[in-house]
Design a binder for this molecule. Structure first.
Ligand SMILES: Cc1cc2nc3c(=O)[nH]c(=O)nc-3n(C[C@H](O)[C@H](O)[C@H](O)COP(=O)(O)O)c2cc1C
Length: 323
């Protein structure tokens, strides 16, 4: 996920477990072959095995609309060791759409198919080429045509975020809308995505779409062990304990790429904003660091939070003893 799931976060989430693969943030492709350093910056895993430290393959995500340029850049990513190429046709951002990237391409099903075909033809047959789409741009009248084109062009997998660009990120996700395009038995490699926040959602999304796999977006950030629990198929499981998770958050703050002083802590704040959904403690930690931009101050806030959290735990324990 652009701006939130960088290499350290991929390492963290995949070490918690349950992921078959993950994708990088965007490699933005215009009309040129990008220098190798761009691929290494966005996918530092390429400097090693191309996998996260937990051994999960990382696919390089390309964003653009020029089939030839996407093809040569895909080939470069593969030459550098990428385990797969993921093509983005889902991004709703104005700046991206204005330069003919992301979800705007869903208005032109043939262009989408042409891009998938160009990339498929460019990279060796054994390297997966995956695509990510939404149901459509304004509506889902062209969904069947888009899906058909992507599959015929030889995509290894297709992930469908079950909303249109017009729907943005507003709930609900329309899992049922995917079912009609799943009638064809060859489409077992279609993955459902959108509004999967817990194990029960993943079961419902698969049942209602008839897809047999799920892709997590924000759910992965709000419940970092969600993929693991989905994998275990345990609908009764609760998210991992906060006292374990807060150590991960602290470590993420220390490890995450802080490219300028002004941005220190931004990714951690963003992660806490997602964690608030499942953890009230994330809200109080967020409030402590919200206005801070210096590493020392933020570290101190983590210490204070830990003390407060332990104190609350003690109080709960003594309550339990009294009653
Ligand atoms: C901050 C943010 C960044 C995202 N970045 C990407 C991205 O780089 N590539 C992509 O295919 N989808 C991206 N998405 C979309 C998600 O992958 C996912 O399709 C969407 O959030 C719906 O799933 P969810 O309801 O489980 O979050 C992003 C979403 C958010 C909120």
């Amino acid at each position: 996920m652009e701006g939130v799931i960088d290499a350290p976060m991929r390492a963290r989430l995949t070490s918690i477990g349950g992921y078959s693969r993950c994708v990088t943030e965007f490699v933005r492709v215009t009309d040129v072959l990008l220098p190798e350093r761009v691929f290494f910056r966005l996918c530092p895993e390429l400097l090693g095995s191309g996998c996260t430290p937990a051994g999960t393959p990382v696919y390089v995500q390309l964003l653009g609309s020029d089939p030839k340029a996407l093809a040569v850049n895909a080939l470069r990513a593969v030459a550098l060791g990428a385990h797969g190429i993921d093509l983005n046709f889902g991004c709703p951002a104005k700046t991206v759409n204005n330069s003919m990237g992301g979800s705007i391409l869903l208005r032109e099903p043939q262009t989408v198919a042409g891009i998938v075909q160009a990339v498929r033809d460019a990279v060796p047959a054994q390297v997966p080429v995956t695509a990510k789409i939404r149901l459509g741009y304004d509506d889902y009248n062209s969904l069947a045509e888009i899906v058909d084109g992507v599959h015929k062009a030889g995509a290894t997998e297709l992930a469908i975020h079950a909303r249109t660009k017009f729907n943005g990120y507003k709930p609900p996700a329309y899992w049922d809308a995917v079912r009609p395009v799943m009638d064809d038995k060859r489409r077992t490699n279609t993955i459902i995505n959108g509004e999967i926040w817990d194990v029960a959602d993943s079961v419902a999304a698969m049942q209602r779409s008839t897809c047999s796999h799920v892709m997590l977006g924000r759910g992965a950030l709000s419940a970092p062990d969600l993929a693991k629990r989905i994998h275990q198929n345990d609908e009764t499981s609760a998210p991992m304990a906060w006292h374990l998770l807060v150590e991960e958050v602290r470590d993420q703050f220390i490890c995450s790429d802080q490219n300028s002083e002004r941005h220190i802590g931004n990714r951690t704040k963003q992660w806490l904003a997602y964690l608030k959904r499942n953890y009230p403690q994330a809200q109080s930690l967020f409030a402590r660091i919200r206005t801070l931009h210096d590493a020392k101050g933020i570290e101190k806030a983590f210490d204070a939070h830990k003390r407060e959290d332990l104190h609350e735990l003690d109080e709960i324990k003594s309550d339990v003893t009294i009653h």
